[in-house]
Design a protein around this ligand. Sequence first.
Ligand SMILES: Cc1ncc(C[n+]2csc(CCOP(=O)(O)OP(=O)(O)O)c2C)c(N)n1
Length: 277
Amino acid sequence: MMTQEQKTKLTGFAAEIRSECIKMISKIGVGHVGGCLSIADVLACLYGGAMKIDPQNPKWEDRDRFILSKGHAGPAMYAALGLKGYFPMAMLDTLNQPPTNLPSHTDMNRTPGVDMTTGSLGQGISSAVGIALGCHLKGNNNYTYVIIGDGESQEGQVWEAAMFAGAKHLHRLIAFVDYNRKQIDGTVEQVGGPPNFELKFKACNWNVIDVPDGNNVEQIWAAIELAKAEQSKPSAIILHTVKGKGWSYAETLENNHNFKVNAEQAAEACAEFFLQK
Ligand SMILES: Cc1ncc(C[n+]2csc(CCOP(=O)(O)OP(=O)(O)O)c2C)c(N)n1
């Protein structure tokens, strides 16, 4: 169970992630707002204590690994990395402006703290499975975490990776599904039919944990603890999230996948994030 103090700390960290993310997007004027805001809370839990990491030593061999398979949400991850001290906060102002080391989609060759290059949907989870297998074969006890999108999960490669991980009993692999129910051009149901995450992961021999409010740090934290207690299977944590979470304008915009944000809107959004703190 999480203490009130931890809850306040993680909720505050999530608000800071949202705020830095929207500020950096507003500097370039456009970005993947919806899918960044939906994962701020899980990032706050991971970078705010769940993961074994050392921001001063991003390549530390024994660290837990994190792969943002939905790589278009790079700005949310950069906000978390910057706030944790992986690089100076001023770097956030360079998002996606060459020769930046913060491209819109995550790139392991450019950004300290990024363990895998992603952006081509479906591939990140395969990398995560390979990394988890490598760690397991070396006898390391570190965890590999990965976030996949619900739209991304229409890629067949996701399920090839899931089958293999389940067959190999990679219990130190923990995948989060950002189940915000929307993708680039409609709802996940409209585009690909019912995703049936629980059935599919279970069929692949995964432990499945449902998080009714995937934007609630307490529920996310409890799910991670359950996943870590699992000793024989990888775990899929299904986060029921809201695309655009925390900024009412973004939440209610029909197409909130990638849109323009100016400085004034960013200020309004940030005020909302901290009110909710
Ligand atoms: C292989 C591949 N096809 C298409 C795209 C273009 N694309 C970028 S984001 C996106 C929608 C992804 O939806 P989802 O995974 O639900 O992300 P979220 O809604 O959480 O942002 C698409 C189709 C891509 N990046 N990679």
